[in-house]
Design a protein around this ligand. Structure first.
Ligand SMILES: C[S@@+](CC[C@H](N)C(=O)[O-])C[C@H]1O[C@@H](n2cnc3c(N)ncnc32)[C@H](O)[C@@H]1O
Length: 296
């Protein structure tokens, strides 16, 4: 379809069909085997709905936007994202999990037009709002996927091909009985280590010190990752929405960087997370002391 001058490309234009609704033949076969045989992380019931929940409830409404994708339910969307993320494509592949309104994405895509930014978000509204925001900002190097990154990453991304994974201010899920809902745990860390290129980094930022300490324990339980706390908690990156709020109010934040070690196989060790049984007071005093070698 020929575009009129100044016509903003729409999702329908991109597909060339003029029809945005999914077709039966386009639906992804539920429970199809993973293409890349990467470790998968069991879906949990998370806010926004896990894929299993959406599957069970048939929530496959068309998404509105330009670079928005529903890869778990639409085969063509999964194929398009796989092509975008393929290792033979130019530019470093970076992943953000939980981009929400797209504030970090905008800063990042603007500063790094050469990068391929692949964002994951489980809330439909955020995907659509962020897409419109990023379209207005001219960030054409973005692709936004509505799905649980833990389920989609093994399907869409080739092992060893991601330069950076950004998980910025993930929900802390305070109560210990909700701990299993936390994004960062050792299964996720192993998945991240598998998709990262040698030297690639998983960056975790948070404004909850106890969460940082607990997450550091989980990341350290994966062989193949080298974990540090960053003295500069901005990590030299554009701020996310939550980070901007913290900076404006003078609240502290923390950043962990897990670097993928070259040639070290990924393995989940049986390390006990020292903060698993820690009470709130212990968690609140959990950063390494100044001068500790864990700071970088
Ligand atoms: C606390 S918000 C942080 C938003 C933003 N990163 C910031 O720093 O302002 C966490 C976001 O992650 C999303 N999220 C949580 N688990 C996710 C998952 N497994 N895959 C994709 N997005 C997820 C939530 O919907 C929410 O928008």
């Amino acid at each position: 379809m020929a575009l009129r001058p100044f016509h903003r490309e729409t999702r329908s234009d991109r597909r060339g069909s003029g029809v945005d609704a999914p077709h039966d033949s386009d639906a992804v076969v539920p429970d199809a085997p993973s293409l890349h045989a990467l470790p998968t992380v069991a879906p949990t019931r998370i806010v926004g709905g896990s894929q299993a929940y959406r599957r069970a409830n048939g929530q496959i409404d068309a998404l509105h936007g330009v670079h928005v994708y529903d890869p778990v339910f639409l085969r063509r969307d999964a194929d398009a994202l796989r092509a975008f993320a393929a290792p033979d494509q130019a530019g470093p592949l970076v992943v953000e999990i939980g981009f929400q309104l797209g504030r970090f994405a905008r800063g990042y895509c603007t500063l790094h037009p050469e990068a391929r930014y692949l964002g994951f978000e489980i809330r439909r509204k955020f995907v659509e709002v962020a897409d419109a925001y990023l379209e207005r900002a001219g960030c054409s190097n973005r692709r936004l996927a509505l799905c649980d990154a833990r389920e989609a990453l093994p399907e869409l991304v080739v092992a060893g091909s991601v330069q950076a994974i950004y998980t910025l201010f993930p929900d802390p899920w305070w109560k210990s009985k909700h701990r299993k809902r936390r994004l960062i745990d050792r299964d996720f860390a192993a998945l991240a280590a598998t998709v990262l290129a040698p030297g690639g980094v998983l960056l975790v930022k948070t404004d909850v010190l106890g969460y940082a300490a607990w997450a550091a324990g989980e990341l350290a339980a994966v062989r193949g990752l080298e974990v540090h706390w960053l003295r500069d908690a901005t990590a030299g990156l554009p701020p996310s929405r939550r980070e901007r709020g913290c900076l404006e109010r003078g609240l502290p934040t923390w950043a962990l960087r897990a670097r993928r070690l070259d040639g070290v196989p990924v393995e989940i060790l049986s390390e006990i997370n020292p903060f698993d049984a820690a009470d709130d007071a212990a968690l609140a005093a959990a950063a390494p002391p100044p001068g500790d070698s864990r700071w970088r």
